[in-house]
Design a protein around this ligand. Structure first.
Ligand code: ADE
Length: 238
C-alpha cells in the first residue's frame, strides 16, 4: 500500500518513521512518500499562500500549487483524502475499508485552509479525526496512516487485530495482565492462570462487555450480543 502525503511540513512526519510503521516501511510492506507542496511553487520566493478574497483573517493555500503537487503523484488508482475538521469523523470501520485501497493521497491543509476550487477538483473524501481544530492536517494524516497501516498484511499479526477494541463484535478489549503475579497486593485473576481455554474465553468475553458498559455504553447498541449477554448487561445496570 502506498501513501503520498502532500504537505508544507514534511519534517513533521518523523513519528511515522519509527516503531511498527517505520519498520513496515523499511520492509517495503508499505510506502510513505512525503511531498513538499512548496516544491511546486513557481514563485521566486516559493510562495504557497495568499490572502482571502472578500477579506478575513489569515492566508489560504493557493489552488495551482496544490494542484501541481497532486498531478505529480496521482494515478488512476489514487484516492485523495483531505484532512479537515469538516470531514466525517474517522472510525475503525472506515480505517478497515481504507486499508483496501492501493494508493492514498493525503492532502494536509495548513494556515486557514485551501482554496475551495482545488478541493472540489481533486478530493474524493474529507476526513476529520475528531470535533476539535488543529493547526493543520499533518497530525491527522499521521493518525490515518498509523491506523490504516496496521491492517496491511504483515504489519502486525492478525490475532492482535481480531481481539482488539472495536474489532471484536464492536466491544472494547478485555483487561490483560503480565508478570508479576502479584503487583501492589493485586493478583492476576485466577482463571487466566488455569490453562482452561474455554473458561478464559468466557471470562474475557464477559469482561469485554463489562468494560464497554462502564466506559462506552453507546457502543453496546450496535454490538453483536447473544440474549444471555443482553441479560448480563441488565444485571450490570442494577
Ligand atoms: N485539520 C485541523 N483540524 C483537524 C481535524 N480535527 N481533523 C482533521 N484535519 C484537521
Amino acid at each position: 500500500m502506498k501513501f503520498d502525503v502532500l504537505t508544507l511540513f514534511p519534517e513533521m512526519f518523523e513519528p511515522v518513521k519509527q516503531s511498527v510503521i517505520g519498520r513496515a516501511a523499511q520492509k517495503n510492506l508499505l510506502e510513505i512518500n512525503l511531498i513538499n507542496i512548496r516544491d511546486f511553487s513557481k514563485d521566486k520566493h516559493k510562495k504557497v499562500d495568499d490572502t482571502v478574497y472578500g477579506g478575513g483573517a489569515g492566508m489560504l493555500m493557493k489552488p495551482d500549487v496544490v494542484y501541481d503537487a497532486y498531478n505529480a503523484v496521482k494515478t488512476e488508482k489514487s484516492k485523495v483524502i483531505y484532512l479537515t475538521p469538516q470531514g466525517n469523523v474517522l472510525c475503525q470501520s472506515k480505517v478497515e475499508s481504507l486499508a483496501k485501497e492501493e494508493h492514498l493521497i493525503l492532502l494536509c491543509g495548513h494556515y486557514e485552509g485551501i482554496d475551495q476550487r482545488v478541493i472540489d477538483k481533486i478530493v474524493d473524501e474529507e476526513i476529520s479525526i475528531g470535533d476539535y481544530v488543529l493547526t493543520g492536517g499533518e497530525i491527522p494524516a499521521m493518525v490515518l496512516i498509523d491506523s490504516v497501516a496496521r491492517y496491511v498484511d504483515g504489519v502486525i499479526d492478525n490475532e492482535s487485530i481480531s481481539e482488539e477494541s472495536f474489532s471484536k463484535d464492536g466491544l472494547l478489549e478485555y483487561p490483560q495482565y503480565t508478570r508479576p503475579e502479584t503487583f501492589e497486593g493485586v493478583k492476576v485473576p485466577e482463571v487466566l492462570q488455569s490453562g482452561h481455554h474455554e473458561n478464559i474465553n468466557k471470562w474475557r468475553r464477559k469482561e469485554a462487555i463489562r468494560v464497554t458498559y462502564l466506559k462506552r455504553p453507546d457502543l453496546l447498541e450496535k454490538a453483536n450480543l447473544t440474549d444471555e449477554e443482553k441479560e448480563y448487561i441488565k444485571e450490570l445496570k442494577k
